[in-house]
Structure formats: C-alpha cells, structure tokens
Write a protein of this length. Structure first.
Length: 112
C-alpha cells in the first residue's frame, strides 16, 4: 500500500510540474500578426442635437440645495438671553457678598 501512495504522489507531482512548465512557456510567446480586414462603412448622418439644446446655465451635476433656515437670529436671541441671565446671577452674587462683608463677624464662633 505505501508503494501505491508513493506512485500516486509522484504522478501528481509530475502532472503539476508539467502544467506549470506549459503555463510558463506561454508567457514569452509573441502573438501572431493577422491581417485586420475590418472596415467602417456607412453614411455619417447630421446630428440631431445642437449646442443650443444643451442647458448650460442649469448644471445637473449637483442636486438643488434645501432652503436655508434662519437660525442665526434665534441663536443670537438665545445668547443674549443667556448673557442677561448670567449678568443677573453675577449681580445677585456680588450683592450677597457685599451684604456678608458689611455684617460684623460673630465673635462667639471659634477661630479656624
């Protein structure tokens, strides 16, 4: 049985080697030159489309854009409102700090 396996392996190897040699031998062959017998015949008809028909002012390469929403004025109103709220909070904080500074410190509290 081992002899049969060896024979099959050698046969397969030989077949693969032969296929590789045949494939590589075709790599450097030059194609045969043949006479080209093609010829274009027929009548050239006048064009049915002219440059005047092509819409040059309306390109179709890009889709039309969606209408713009005016978000700038809303954003400005929001920013103004936020700034007013912040100023009001800062003024309240300063007022609280000023009132605390005017109040005498409690001498009964332990020193830190």
């Amino acid at each position: 049985m081992p002899a049969l396996k060896m024979t099959i392996a050698k046969t397969t190897s030989l077949a693969l080697a032969a296929a590789a040699v045949l494939a590589l031998s075709a790599c450097h062959s030059k194609p045969e030159k043949t006479e080209d017998s093609r010829s274009a015949e027929g009548e050239v008809l006048p064009t049915s489309t002219s440059d005047a028909m092509v819409p040059v002012e309306t390109p179709t390469s890009t889709p039309p854009l969606a209408p713009r929403k005016d978000v700038g004025s809303q954003a400005a109103e929001d920013a103004t409102s936020d700034a007013a709220d912040l100023k009001q909070a800062m003024d309240a904080l300063k007022a609280d700090q000023g009132a605390a500074a005017d109040k005498p410190a409690d001498k009964a509290s332990p020193a830190q």
